[in-house]
Design a protein around this ligand. Sequence first.
Ligand SMILES: C[S@@+](CC[C@H](N)C(=O)[O-])C[C@H]1O[C@@H](n2cnc3c(N)ncnc32)[C@H](O)[C@@H]1O
Length: 482
Amino acid sequence: MPASVRAATAAPNLPGALLAGLSDFVAVRLGLHFPEARWRDLQRGVTAAAAEFGFADGETCARWLLGASPTREQVDVLASHLTVGETYFFREQDSLDALGDHVLPELLRSRRNGGQRLRIWSAGCCTGEEAYTLAILLDGLIPDPAAWNISILATDINPGFLRKAAEGVYGDWSFRGTPDWVRQRYFRKRQDGRLQLSAHIRARVTFSYLNLAADVYPALVNNSNAMDVILCRNVLMYFTADQARKTVARFRNCLVDGGWLVVSPAETSNSLFPGFSPVEFPGAFFYRKSDGIGRPIESGPEFIQTPPAAEAPDPWQPIAGTGAHQPGRPMSVACRQAEPHADDAVEPPGGAARRCANQGRLAEAFDWCAVAIAADKLDPAHYYLQASIEQELGRTDAAVRSLERALYLDSGFVLARFALGNLELSQGRRRQAERHFVHTLALLRGHADDELLPEAEGLTAGRLAEIVGAVLASLPREERSR
Ligand SMILES: C[S@@+](CC[C@H](N)C(=O)[O-])C[C@H]1O[C@@H](n2cnc3c(N)ncnc32)[C@H](O)[C@@H]1O
């Protein structure tokens, strides 16, 4: 047996207590499940990360990870050695048929006369093949793309994967199992033999970093709110049962009423999806946001509501014990009726506005925001929220005015300054955008890296500084210096 194979298959030799501690650390920070049977993989991952950190061996690295408080970037390095980057275009054809033949056409039909908006999220997108597959599917379904406001968000924890995704250049391996027409119609062969995706498809997907194990979604700030469809395929299977449940619950809050969650066939489960109704398509089960007791919230197309196939493996079942259906939080019927909180306090208008915005009920969100502003004209957070809603509604100028008002009331409002930069950038006004981003960085210097920023829904100052730095670095040189 070659030495490399021997090393890879050898039993782990790090102390058991250390691997157990590392396994707990990885479960909390990344959601990843490394039971004892997978400690060999865990050891291999930490040993590879050790080389990148400059440690002599995996044991020293593991002790350091557990003893120090590693930064998010350092945890990302570890993640990049523990996650599986397996993906390809048009993976799991049955699911794509269900999307392309039923779910997406129905959504497009229902939106054609109102809003023409569609929001899709590929969560755990790896190197981008899944998100681009969705963009290609939609390209075939929408004859008039300019008339639509389509958002395809693609997120991952591995910055290396995200960089590769944004380039849109792939080798043959990314096309195993992909129909030929996809290559022919949407890719161009480069001199090095690799395939370059058409620019118009590339432009339809936005890639960004998001750790699904962190409680940072849904949030307007990372654009994870009001989703119509979330694909999270071949990701939950690597999570601990607890993290998989939390992730699914957060996805539910990210979805609009009647929205769809798509996992891989191996991830269907009787116990993991409370608050969703399983819907059967040929060869695939999808989960549709329901009212928590199994009824789909919206009357939609006549899909077959049925429990997942009994023989489908249920990786989370043993932990649930009973496998009984757990009712989720009851859905609000209409945002107009402010709901009582658990403590019987009436929800404040700002909270109702945010909740409606997260649900994609933008007109109601806007109305609630107006109520909040009328009640307190001097709260800059209300104007920031109003700007987010206006932006979603495509009222860019109004959004700029709301942000300016928020900054007039609080000139140190970091998120408002950053949002203004993004808005200017989206309008092609790069010089103005650059000014706002530089200003944002200056404001961030007044905050500790680990400080949670107001209105940022879990985002720390350090993380925002990285994001702003990356955006600034990506602005074209000639535009920046003009
Ligand atoms: C096997 S790939 C799946 C790719 C694609 N969804 C598909 O089905 O083809 C799993 C992806 O999940 C990502 N991932 C793992 N843990 C994550 C986490 N905590 N947050 C976000 N992404 C994560 C990995 O980096 C990897 O890109």
